[in-house]
Ligand binder design. Structure first.
Ligand code: A3D
Length: 323
């Protein structure tokens, strides 16, 4: 049986995810985008790189969802990205509409797939993906924690002048300014971070991590980060298609863990071919738990806003540029 990953949205994140998955030799890729020719063009371009990159993976691109048939994983990256000055929540209405037109088609053509949502605002779009798909919660995950932890790890590695490979970190909570990097669970070659850097410096790097997405948006001026987000997706897809049982921070459904219920939020999970095997419950201090609950409260606000005006599938607001 050939492994296949479907990707909806062939923009910056979707196209780069396709590249990462092919060049890691993980799976065939089926790329879908609403813009005629975009997915087909990127697929052909990526396919023509195969002889040089040295893989024999197949890649197809289309506007039609038929090509998803047989996919074990489907990554949803379709939607508007932030512009300078926008928060992730500003994207809620437009992206909810887009998901409402996508997820039913994904469900029809890849009914057994594990879904990885990337579209922002991440936690609420993952919640919506779950609602629209009707899939079990173990098969719906959002990508954020792997990216946020990678940003924190990179900043720490630069500051401490060590390889990024030595730095291990966990980030909990919603994918927004209230995310909760956990210095107490951050180590450098097994050594706790607190013994390597003063608390004020750690706090400064935590703040830079929280603003990591906005820092890139400000520099790019048009569009948002996509290289690191695509790497994070590739790690999650790899854990699933290779049944790695990796422990990764992901946006997952909570049923009482950390005192939170009926909510998708960033927590460490074990990720395997069956999706989320289990949510790992870390022991938190009162302050860490309070920060996680504050962050979860932000996610709940978006869930409530969406429940008050559920999305109808439809085109983008006129004049919006999506590519
Ligand atoms: P962009 O390069 O604009 O690509 C989006 C693509 O979605 C475009 O090619 C559109 O044509 C396509 N699209 C729009 N509507 C539909 C539809 N109905 N069906 C199929 N395709 C459609 O954006 P991007 O790739 O930079 O970002 C995509 C999304 O990911 C945005 O919502 C970003 O905010 C989000 N994002 C999230 C993270 C996280 O860490 C969670 C990181 C980076 C980007």
């Amino acid at each position: 049986m050939r492994l296949k990953v479907g990707i909806i949205g062939a923009g910056n994140v979707g196209g780069t995810c396709a590249q990462r998955i092919l060049e890691r030799d993980l799976a065939d890729v089926a790329l879908v985008d609403v813009v005629d020719g975009l997915a087909a063009g990127k697929a052909l371009d990526l396919a023509e790189a195969a002889p040089i990159e040295g893989h024999d993976r197949q890649i197809a691109g289309a506007t039609s969802y038929d090509i998803l048939a047989g996919a074990q994983v489907v990554v949803i990256t379709a939607g508007l990205a932030r512009k300078p000055g926008m928060s992730r929540s500003d994207l809620l209405d437009a992206n909810a509409k887009i998901l409402a037109s996508i997820v039913p088609q994904v469900k029809t053509h890849a009914p057994d797939a594990i879904l990885i949502t990337v579209t922002n605002p991440l936690d609420i779009m993952t919640h919506l993906t779950w609602k629209l798909s009707g899939f079990p919660t173990s098969r719906v995950i959002g990508m954020a924690g792997v990216l946020d932890a990678a940003r924190f790890r990179y900043f720490l590695a630069q500051r401490l002048k060590v390889s990024v490979k030595e730095v291990s970190a966990i980030v909990l909570g919603g994918h927004g300014d209230s995310m909760v990097p956990l210095p107490r669970y951050t180590t450098v070659a097994g050594v706790p971070l607190a013994s390597l850097l003063p608390a004020e410096e750690v706090e400064r790097l935590i703040q830079r991590t929280r603003e990591g997405g906005a820092e890139v948006v400000t520099l790019l001026k048009a569009g948002s980060a996509f290289y690191a987000p695509a790497s994070a997706v590739a790690d999650m897809a790899q854990a699933i298609v290779r049944d790695e049982h990796r422990r990764l921070p992901c946006c997952a459904y909570l049923t009482g863990q950390y005192g939170l219920n009926d909510l998708f939020c960033g927590v460490p999970v074990t990720l395997s071919a069956r999706g989320v095997e289990e949510v790992i419950e870390l022991t938190l201090t009162d302050a860490e738990r309070a920060a996680l609950h504050r962050s979860a409260q932000e996610v709940r606000k978006d869930v409530a806003a969406l429940a008050a005006s559920p999305p109808h599938p439809g085109p983008l607001p006129s004049g919006e540029r999506v590519g």
